[in-house]
Structures are given as structure tokens and as C-alpha cells.
Design a protein around this ligand. Structure first.
Ligand SMILES: [Zn+2]
Length: 168
């Protein structure tokens, strides 16, 4: 069992920073007094946590109330202010791109592809240029990609390698 306060606290916290939950390197770790010693906080473990040095410096001699406010202000996205080399768990990526295409564009593309009957583009490349060639839509490369992604995510087209199959 570690006997030094810092080592003991780090052990008790599973090697993680008390505030940001990131793995705490010993060189980056420091003992933070929740109630500061300047405000008569005790030196015992029930008033101390191990945390990133940068966090300790930031909290300094704030009162416990102010510290709690700092934590709450992060709205569950807490990251100690020491930047690189320190990774808190990231929130799950939100689905993007697909929803950024207007429904009217999607239905215009689907309509056009349907009208082609059995002579639809069979390759991703030709599908791309076909969509881009729809002059009335005037789509840029990124928009065309987004349309294709959208069609894929809706199951309207299936892409395997270069081949495209349709379920419009
Ligand atoms: Zn931290």
C-alpha cells in the first residue's frame, strides 16, 4: 500500500484524475485540497484528491462552493485545462452529413434515377457524375457525396466496391 499522500490518493482513484477521469501520469499529478488549507481545510485524505496539476493551479484557493461551480459549468464535458496528451472520454459522434441534404434534392435525384429504368448508372463514378449533371440541382462535389451517403443510409442504393445497385 502506497504511503505518500499523492500515491495513496492515486491508488484509491484507480490512477485517474479526480476531475477529468483521464489517466494521470505521476509527473502530471498533484494533491488538491478540496477545502483549501488557507481556509482551514484539513490535510487528511477525506479533504484531498489527486488531480492534474493544471487543475490544481486553476482551483487554487477557491472555496469549495466555487470549485463545485467550475465543475458544474462544464456540463458533463469536464476536461482539465492542460491540453495535449490528456484525453477525456469523447462524447459519441453524432450522425452527420446525411441529414444535411434537403429532402427536395433527394427526391429529385431519386425521381431522375427512377426515370432511367434499367439504364441507371452501375458504377459509383458514373452515379456521381450523373447526379452532378442534374443541372437544375446545381450540386457541388460535397453535395453529391452527401446525396450518395444519404441514399445509402436510407437503403435506396447499395454500394459494393465500385458497383451500385438500386432499391428506389
Ligand atoms: Zn484532470
Amino acid at each position: 500500500m502506497p504511503t505518500k499522500p499523492l500515491e495513496r490518493l492515486m491508488f484509491a482513484q484507480g490512477g485517474l484524475c479526480f476531475f477529468c477521469n483521464a489517466t494521470l501520469a505521476k509527473a502530471e499529478a498533484s494533491v488538491e485540497h478540496l477545502v483549501p488549507t488557507a481556509r482551514a481545510g484539513s490535510n487528511s485524505d477525506d479533504n484531498c484528491v489527486a488531480c492534474c496539476k493544471a487543475m490544481n493551479a486553476l482551483l487554487g484557493s477557491m472555496s469549495l462552493k466555487e470549485k463545485i461551480k467550475v465543475v458544474l459549468n462544464q456540463k458533463g464535458q469536464f476536461k482539465c485545462p492542460n491540453g495535449a496528451g490528456h484525453s477525456a472520454p469523447k462524447p459519441a459522434a453524432s450522425p452527420k452529413a446525411a441529414s444535411s441534404v434537403a429532402d427536395s434534392i433527394i427526391s429529385a435525384v431519386v425521381e431522375n434515377l427512377r426515370s432511367r429504368g434499367s439504364s441507371k448508372p452501375r458504377k459509383v463514378k458514373t452515379l456521381t457524375s450523373t447526379i452532378k449533371a442534374l443541372a437544375q440541382l446545381n450540386l457541388g462535389d460535397k453535395d453529391v457525396q452527401a446525396v450518395i451517403e444519404h441514399l445509402k443510409s436510407r437503403g435506396k442504393i447499395k454500394v459494393s466496391g465500385e458497383q451500385v445497385t438500386y432499391k428506389l
